[in-house]
Design a protein around this ligand. Structure first.
Ligand code: ZN
Length: 337
């Protein structure tokens, strides 16, 4: 893949920090997802899957069937070409071993519309269909495990329903996880820092550390909830404790990586998307017992990275000009009882 210097400059231009909050993060988070598709309709679609029918056949033949068919010819871009354009900015991409693969559908079809999201849930897929989009870019897995393996699920009804829904409407799902994180600077981190208004407090050269004007843990929690549209979050610490050094760890980095970051930066506050409750939180509890002033906030995985997937719209505007692109929030899975 050609990534010459001019392309590099372009990538900095396209991916550079921007005030994406002007796009209205809160309003995007409020996208209302439609109800479930009727069981009858899906039963038919499930049969289509069983029969091996591919709804995208017509689109595929219209697209000329080749990667290069639509290149520069004035025709519609194929989904594959959109993926290639996004990867052109990622150092080392396409990666030989990656989870950034096609999870469903035929990428050689012309792209009609794009939806970015954290999770391609049934509700997000249905929203994409309503929007007339045929390409979903999801940050996280579609089929309930990191590699999106489905053999272990067999003919599971939940899986079959989802595959049928995708198949019936010729929807392509591609995961953009490793790539957006491998971009320099990390696209997810940049998007979330901007959503929090903290982009001025972190350095792309040493991204996990955010050094802010001192504020109490309680004040920070209020600000985070407001900026990211979170109702409730989990925390460990004293709300009146002053915090200045924060380590921000989006997503689910795992206990060892999270604890290594705490050791490296010695922060007042560690903020993560998700943790295992037998790892980092227990380390923080013991550290506090021993007198360390270390606090913890758990945001929830989705919301801790969602800024990046919304911010991707800006990139798509330049990489796939003229193609309608929408961010659809997959929202929080949990309610609080
Ligand atoms: Zn991530």
């Amino acid at each position: 893949m050609d990534r010459g210097s001019s392309d590099g400059q372009m990538s900095r231009k396209v991916w550079g920090r921007r005030n994406f909050l002007t796009m209205g993060f809160a309003s995007v988070a409020a996208v209302v997802l439609p109800g479930r598709v009727g069981a009858g309709e899906l039963r038919g679609a499930a049969e289509a899957v069983a029969a091996g029918a591919v709804r995208g056949d017509a689109a595929r033949s219209a697209g000329g069937g080749g990667k290069k068919a639509a290149a520069g010819g004035g025709g519609a871009m194929t989904i594959r070409q959109v993926i290639d354009a996004l990867q052109a900015d990622i150092p080392g991409a396409p990666f030989p071993k990656t989870v950034d693969t096609i999870k469903a559908g035929d990428p050689e079809q012309p792209v009609k519309g794009i939806v970015t999201t954290m999770f391609a849930t049934d509700a997000v897929i249905t929203k994409a269909i309503d929007l007339g989009a045929n390409f979903i870019i999801a940050h996280e897995p579609t089929f309930y495990n990191h590699l999106d393996e489905t053999d272990w699920l067999g003919d599971d009804a939940v899986l079959t329903y989802k595959k049928a829904l995708l198949n019936k409407h010729g929807i392509v799902v591609w995961r953009f996880h490793d790539g957006i994180h491998q971009h320099r600077p990390d696209g997810v981190r940049m998007g979330v820092m901007e959503a929090l208004g903290w982009d001025k407090y972190y350095s792309a050269d040493d991204p996990p550390l955010v050094v802010m004007p001192a504020a109490s843990l309680g004040e920070i929690m209020e600000q985070v909830k407001k900026s990211l549209g979170i109702d409730k979050l989990k925390y460990i610490g004293d709300p009146s404790q002053s915090c200045r050094r924060i380590v921000f760890s989006p997503g689910a980095a795992g206990g060892r990586a999270q604890i290594a970051a705490i050791r490296k930066y010695d922060p007042d506050l560690f903020i993560c998307g998700e943790l295992n409750e037998w790892e980092t939180s227990e380390y923080v509890r013991d550290a506090r017992y021993q007198g360390k002033k270390l606090s913890l906030i758990v945001l929830g995985h989705s919301v801790s990275e969602e800024g990046g997937m919304q911010w991707l719209l800006r990139v798509l505007k330049e990489k796939a000009p003229g193609v309608p692109a929408t961010h659809v929030s997959s929202g929080e899975a949990f309610a609080w009882g």
